[in-house]
Ligand binder design. Structure first.
Ligand SMILES: [Ca+2]
Ligand SMILES: [Ca+2]
Length: 177
């Protein structure tokens, strides 16, 4: 895929869309997207990441993406690929602990080493202390979603919130993760 994050031509997108839409239904399902995406390993692309991405661009809430929404999805995936490559300093095809730390600081997170290790453990599916492309996206989306949710309650922005049990439940259950 191209390195540029500019929106490509409609013809180009139409061509990609038709290749991804294997059953020619006019919609890209989670299964079709999963087949089209590559995480640089021989393992299937993380289905949770696919589901999160379809959910973001599926305006009609059908669990599938039509051509109108596909351009935005294509750009989103391309931007993530560029982002991943830029943080994968040693071109190993994965993100190690130091690379993850740099990425999160660049995104504006101030997290302790304990949380960094927690994230690494949770999203390191190979057990080698590294995070692959698909899991990196999931990690960033979940972290972003949790942080946004926390900030809604942290009105004075001191990093501390006091919430009641039911507020906590509604906070957790309203999360799209
Ligand atoms: Ca289809
Ligand atoms: Ca690396």
């Amino acid at each position: 895929m191209a390195f540029s994050s500019q929106m490509p031509s409609r013809e180009f997108l139409w061509d990609v869309f038709n290749r991804v839409d294997r059953d020619r239904s006019g919609y890209i399902s989670a299964e079709e997207l999963q087949v089209a995406l590559s995480n640089g390993t021989w393992t299937p692309f993380n289905p949770e990441t696919v589901r999160l991405m379809i959910g973001m661009f599926d305006k009609q809430n059908r669990g599938q993406v039509n051509f109108d929404d596909f351009g935005a999805l294509w750009k989103y995936v391309t931007d993530w690929q560029n982002c991943f490559r830029s943080f994968d300093r040693d071109n190993s095809g994965n993100i190690d602990r130091n690379e993850l730390k740099t990425a999160l600081v660049t995104f504006g997170y101030r997290l302790s080493d304990g949380i960094l290790d927690l994230l690494l453990r949770k999203y390191d599916r190979s057990g080698r202390g590294v995070i692959f492309f698909d899991d990196f996206i999931q990690c960033c989306i979940v972290l972003y979603t949790l942080t946004s949710s926390f900030r809604q309650y942290d009105t004075d922005q001191d990093g501390v919130i006091t919430i009641h049990y039911e507020q906590f439940l509604s906070m957790v259950f309203s999360l799209k993760v």
